[in-house]
Write a new protein. Structure first.
Length: 262
């Protein structure tokens, strides 16, 4: 663990009040949040691209955020990096008695119930004031698609779910019809509400099909970016700005982009 110790020492040096880096000295827990989230997404991007050289670097950048937060906490005598590592080690052992304590579970559902109960007991032990409902503990600031998946998955563990996919398709169609009615009414707030319901239903369908909605949308975003770039480049070779192309020309180039992508 030589490099782990080295990372901790470097972080302490960067935060040194007299000889450290001015930018690092100015940071606090709140100011680091955007960087921590950005690094997590860059890890996800490297995985999506299967760029494992880049993944190694991005994981390092994410680890830096952990070390930075731990250093801030250590300066306030709250905890340090070793405490962070100890906490996750203890949690993993505690939540996996089937691996570390010889406990047997009859099914995956039984194992999941143990996991959820363990989380509730941990919160009680910490004196958490959060609500103890089935959906408690899901972060409110997660990306909306990811949060929807977690809410639905958690509710499913308590039997609040469809047992087959056909009613989920029907729900998506129902929400689409309601959105059309809302759009015709001209009520923007109602339209927004129905768009949200449609997206929530689409996430539910994705979950029932065994697809991660967040990953699926990221993939579609990449595909759109690549195809748009293809169209843009073709027009550029013709020395024409995209704004001058007709809708028919853009459609034809888009079809070419789809074929090129295949």
């Amino acid at each position: 663990m030589e490099n782990t110790r080295r990372l901790i020492e470097i972080m302490a040096r960067l935060r040194d009040p007299e000889n450290g880096c001015p930018w690092d000295q100015k940071q606090d827990f709140a100011s680091l949040i955007p960087y921590t989230l950005e690094e997590a997404y860059e890890v996800a991007d490297a995985v999506d691209r299967e760029d494992f050289h880049d993944l190694r670097e991005e994981l390092g950048d994410l680890l830096l955020q952990v070390a930075f937060h731990a250093r801030l906490a250590e300066e306030r005598t709250l905890f340090d990096f070793e405490d962070v590592a100890a906490a996750i080690c203890d949690k993993l052992v505690r939540r996996h008695p089937h691996v570390f304590a010889g406990m047997d579970f009859d099914s995956d559902m039984a194992r999941l119930h143990f996991w959820e109960n363990s989380k509730l007991e941990e919160k009680k032990a910490k004196g958490s004031q959060e609500p103890e409902g089935a959906l408690a503990g899901i972060p409110a600031n997660l990306p909306a698609l990811m949060q929807a998946q977690k809410l639905q998955k958690r509710a499913s563990r308590f039997g609040f779910d469809w047992t087959e996919v056909s009613p989920v398709y029907a729900k998506v169609e129902e929400e689409m019809a309601e959105l059309r009615i809302a759009q015709e009414s001209g009520n923007k707030e109602h339209v927004q509400e129905e768009v949200g319901d449609l997206l929530f239903a689409a996430v539910n369908l994705s979950r029932h099909l065994g697809v991660d909605a967040e990953a699926a949308l990221r993939a579609s975003n990449r595909k759109f970016t690549q195809r748009f770039g293809f169209v843009e480049q073709r027009l550029k070779t013709q020395h024409r700005p995209m704004a001058e192309a007709t809708a028919t020309e853009l459609d034809e180039l888009w079809e070419q982009a789809k074929l090129a992508g295949k």
